[in-house]
Design a protein around this ligand. Structure first.
Ligand code: ASP
Ligand code: MG
Length: 440
């Protein structure tokens, strides 16, 4: 069997859903399990609804309902089976309004409606197109997760529970992406863009031959085509390379997506719904070497980064400083990406968060601290970079040739990347120059 995941942009509108139905029809022999996202923008709407409900405004529910009613009409399917979900959504939002409380658990429950609605409409559209299909809520089909609302991960017992649930489905399952169930029965989301992760969790549990992520690009590109118009799709990537790109904001995949696929060594293929004949990018354990003649595969970047620096002359021959600095950052829930240290000082990049100021104040008690904002991490990815001679020289020659100053560098921690920090305003210039150097 195969898993086919269709994202929000692939299922926004009746015409697109018919397109998806045609793609799936051509692959029925491979016994697909479908995973779908909410219609584009619906998760954002549901997340906006929570804070609005705190202020007695439930009007967004009407807009969300209208959108799905219109979709049902356009698809020519019955809207009635969706009514109970809108009753439930309204009750939940009303609860937020009355209790004046919006917990992470409630936020996740609110967000869950997007996929629950889209899966039902898509399954109904498939049935209408002659494909026997069944909408499946992943949380009723074994997707057991821990209780980390907003970023849950599957529990070890999920594999067996999923295999058991899916064994009984006769029709093609159209499964909600993004959501699972905690052991105590609460709905929890896997984090934004989590439907990819659902696809690989199911693929691993069901022993899929391939996990397909259908999106709106020809696969994973050598760089973001909005910044580098000459960017090219890659035919293959290794799991490690693709993970690195996902972490660095290569927006195509949710960062945890590849973990279940790697565990079972199942290929993940990124495909284009709007160009189904294009082979896309296949992500496998050991891709053939020498693709495109360069060791670099792709250039990613993460904007809006800050650098937190801490220094103290006492660090010279002292001990425990790094532990205290990172413990402070961790306590304030700051996600650190890149670190560079010298004998007496440390710089770390972070996307920031509500705890940033408090962390700085705390660090200030022991260290001389500073913060720089408006930075970006640029990251060149390719297996074997660490062992190859001259790659760093080429990378930095290209960057300096573009007249860009490098603020921090990290190489060697990961086998397959060189990462460095520049001013956010210079990302376009930097990525453009690197791409030109390595990919022509
Ligand atoms: N609908 C969810 C989101 O927008 C999950 C997904 O699309 O993968 O984050
Ligand atoms: Mg996505």
């Amino acid at each position: 069997m195969i898993v086919m995941k269709f994202g929000g942009s692939s299922v926004a509108g009746a015409e697109k859903i018919s397109r998806v139905a045609a793609i799936v029809k051509g692959r029925l022999k491979e016994k697909p399990v479908l995973v779908v996202s909410a219609f584009r923008g619906v998760t954002d709407d549901l997340l906006a609804l929570g804070p609005e409900a705190l202020k007695d405004d439930l009007s967004r529910i009407t807009a969300i309902k209208k959108r799905h009613q219109d979709a049902a009409k356009e698809l020519g399917v019955d809207f009635a089976p969706l009514e109970p979900l809108f009753v439930e959504l309204r009750e939940l939002a009303r609860g937020v309004e009355l209790l004046r409380e919006l917990t992470p658990r409630t936020i996740d429950r609110l967000a869950s409606f997007g996929e629950r609605l889209s899966a039902r409409l898509i399954a109904a559209a498939f049935v209408k197109a002659g494909i026997p299909a069944l909408a499946v809520d992943a949380f009723d089909a074994g997707l057991l997760v821990d209780g980390r609302f907003g970023g849950a991960n599957p529990l070890p017992e999920a594999d067996a529970a999923i295999a058991k649930a899916f064994a009984s489905f006769k029709e093609l399952p159209v499964v909600t992406g993004f959501i699972g169930r905690t052991p105590s029965g609460e709905i929890a989301t896997l984090g934004r863009n989590g439907s990819d992760y659902t696809a690989t969790i199911l693929g691993a549990a069901l022993g899929a031959k391939e996990i397909q992520i259908w999106s709106d690009t020809d696969g994973i590109m050598t760089a973001d085509p909005r910044i580098v118009p000459s960017a090219q799709p890659l035919s293959t990537l290794s799991f490690d390379e693709a993970c690195e790109l996902a972490y660095y904001g290569g927006k195509v995949l949710h960062p945890h997506t590849l973990v279940p696929a790697m565990r079972k060594d199942i290929p993940v293929r990124v495909l284009n719904t709007f160009k189904p004949e294009h082979p896309g990018t296949s992500i496998i354990a050991k891709p053939p070497k020498g693709q495109g003649g360069t060791i670099l595969k792709s250039i990613a970047f993460k904007r809006r980064q800050s650098i937190v620096s801490a220094s103290s002359p006492k660090m010279l021959s002292g001990h425990g400083f790094l532990a205290r600095i990172f413990a402070t950052l961790a306590r304030h829930e700051l996600d650190v990406d890149m670190v560079s240290t010298s004998e007496v000082s440390v710089s770390a990049t972070t996307s920031g968060g509500p705890g940033l100021q408090a962390a700085l104040t705390e660090l200030n008690q022991e260290f001389e601290t500073s913060m720089e904002t408006g930075k970006a991490v640029v990251c060149a990815v390719g297996d074997g970079i660490q062992a190859a001679r001259g790659v760093a020289a080429d990378v930095f020659a290209a960057v300096s040739g573009a007249g860009v100053n490098v603020r921090m560098i990290s190489q060697g921690a990961s086998k397959n990347n060189i990462a460095f920090v520049v001013d956010d305003a210079e990302v376009e210039k930097t990525v453009g120059a690197l791409h030109a150097r390595f990919f022509k």
